[in-house]
Design a protein around this ligand. Structure first.
Ligand SMILES: CC(C)(COP(=O)(O)OP(=O)(O)OC[C@H]1O[C@@H](n2cnc3c(N)ncnc32)[C@H](O)[C@@H]1OP(=O)(O)O)[C@@H](O)C(=O)NCCC(=O)NCCS
Length: 173
């Protein structure tokens, strides 16, 4: 039975034992197509292990595993910017296709915004960059109070095609 007091979504640290689950979910072109080319395709176990090691070396933590009903579902991160941009942070996220449409990322964004506010008091503005065809991602941001501030025209090439990037932002406090 579902207990409404027990949250279905949890953010926690990645562990080396998550590597196989990451590969199972991440090795999918339908995820890759929506992300920057830093995200590998095909996604190999060595990619997962390298990513987990990187995540464990960042202090304070910026990369989180998203668990849904105690199962690995995907990843969410906050990247604090530096220098002139130290008042901003970029969020990024993906979950395995079998988990899409259950409200998981909408909840995960709420959690990462709370975490950002507590952990990085300098960050006043959180943003996300979304390719123009990714309506589901725009929707999860809007559901969390993000606003589309700008459309960066012909801003990148993804999958050999020139794409517009939508800049969504959220002001903390
Ligand atoms: C985009 C993504 C993060 C959404 O996560 P999710 O947990 O499935 O999202 P949610 O279930 O919280 O919400 C999805 C919303 O988008 C809507 N949606 C889904 N597909 C849509 C489409 N093609 N057009 C418009 N809205 C769409 C859903 O109806 C839902 O809105 P609702 O709650 O008002 O009905 C997930 O699909 C994913 O990981 N995609 C691949 C990686 C990616 O795109 N990352 C983001 C890069 S910017």
């Amino acid at each position: 039975m579902n207990n409404p007091l027990v949250p279905k979504i949890k953010l926690s640290s990645l562990e080396i034992k998550d590597a196989d689950s990451i590969v199972k979910q991440a090795n999918n072109k339908n995820i890759w197509i929506n992300l920057t080319d830093i995200f590998p395709s095909p996604y190999k176990k060595s990619d997962a292990i390298e990513f987990i090691k990187i995540s464990k070396n960042i202090e304070p933590q910026t990369i989180f595993k998203i668990s849904y009903k105690n199962k690995f579902a995907g990843i969410i991160s906050i990247t604090p910017k530096s220098g002139m941009y130290k008042n901003t942070g970029e969020i990024g996220y993906w979950i395995g296709e079998e988990f899409w449409g259950k409200g998981i990322v909408s909840d995960a964004i709420k959690l990462i915004l709370d975490y950002t506010k507590k952990t990085f008091p300098e960050i006043k503005k959180v943003y996300a960059l979304v390719f123009d065809f990714n309506k589901a991602s725009m929707r999860v941001l809007e559901k969390n109070g993000f606003v589309e501030e700008a459309v960066l025209k012909n801003a990148a090439i993804k999958n050999e095609k020139t794409v517009n990037i939508h800049y969504f932002s959220y002001f903390l406090e």
